[in-house]
Design a protein around this ligand. Structure first.
Ligand code: SF4
Length: 297
């Protein structure tokens, strides 16, 4: 494996057209890092499975959260809507002990990170992270799939822990996202009025403060995390995968992923023992010939 020069890889990061790392990128890295990179460079394949999974997530969200309809006209409107929606979802968590689709922000080294947790619930006084994954059959996933899902949830734990403790807070966020320079549009303000949102929290700095304060008051984070597997056709729960992650596992998971983003190595293909994954990959034998039978050695 050739090790890319740092400058090359930083350019490659820009080529991905990204300003921040998503939690799902980290999960994808643990499936196949090269595939994750190619998805950005060549465009992802939107499969029927992805669309079905999205539908199930929306159904579940509407079961717990009050739907918030806000049309956005600018980046500032979009940021406001994102923060406000999660702020309201956190209020629901306190009231109903359960809430869905909660945004998380934070840092990994010098990079901004964004994630969206499927669910938080309060169990025995502790806040539990729950992630839903859909499957095409009633079978639980292989260890390789679980590893990728586990990495995503471990990252949520880190981001959530940093927000609850205040390590990542409104000041850092406002600086990184230029919050104090942003104003929502007049049209958006009218929609906020119609929704009954108090005038006092209709600006981005104010909703940012509310958002971070609400996170800091949700309570103690449980050591146990849950991945809930759901049959994408029947909508039935297959089983829950419950796990804990030590600080060593958390640090190891993140530092492995960061080596790619930091430019310490090129995107890794799957190892020989996992080349079965290539059969399910749209880039196999075309953009990626690492394990292609036609590959000239
Ligand atoms: S063909 Fe295999 S190694 Fe290459 S990107 Fe796809 S899954 Fe990864």
């Amino acid at each position: 494996m050739t090790i890319g020069r740092r400058a090359d890889i930083l350019d490659a990061l820009q080529r991905l057209g990204k300003k921040s790392i998503r939690a799902t990128d980290i999960a994808a890295q643990y499936w196949c890092e090269k595939q994750m990179e190619l998805n950005y460079l060549k465009g992802p394949e939107i499969t029927k499975e992805i669309l079905k999974g999205k539908e199930i997530h929306e159904e579940l969200e509407n079961e717990t959260n009050i739907p918030i309809v806000l049309q956005t006209k600018s980046y500032a409107d979009f940021m406001y809507k994102s923060l406000y929606t999660t702020y309201k979802a956190l209020e629901t968590l306190k009231k109903n002990k359960k809430s869905r689709e909660l945004l998380l922000y934070g840092n990994l080294g010098k990079f901004r990170v964004v994630g969206k947790m499927d669910e938080l619930l309060v169990s025995n006084g502790n806040v539990v992270i729950v992630e839903d994954k859909t499957r095409a059959s009633d079978k639980m996933p292989s260890a390789a799939q679980t590893k990728s899902h586990r990495a995503q949830v471990i990252l949520y734990k880190k981001l959530l822990r940093d927000m609850i403790s205040g390590i990542y807070n409104e000041d850092l966020f406002s600086r990184e996202y230029g919050i104090n320079r942003l104003s929502v549009t007049k049209e958006f303000e009218r929609q906020l009025d119609a929704l009954g949102v108090e005038k006092g929290i209709q600006t981005l700095p104010e909703i940012t403060l509310k958002f971070f304060r609400e996170y800091r008051s949700i309570g103690r984070l449980s050591d146990t995390m849950v991945i809930r597997y759901i049959n994408q056709y029947t909508g039935k729960r297959i089983d829950n995968y419950k796990f804990k992650a030590s600080d060593e596992e958390l640090d190891g998971t993140i530092s492995f992923a960061l080596k790619y983003w930091n430019g310490e190595r090129e995107a890794l293909p799957v190892p020989y023992e996992e080349k079965w994954k290539c059969e399910y990959c749209m880039f196999f034998g075309k953009e990626c010939k690492v394990w292609s039978p036609q590959r000239k050695l």
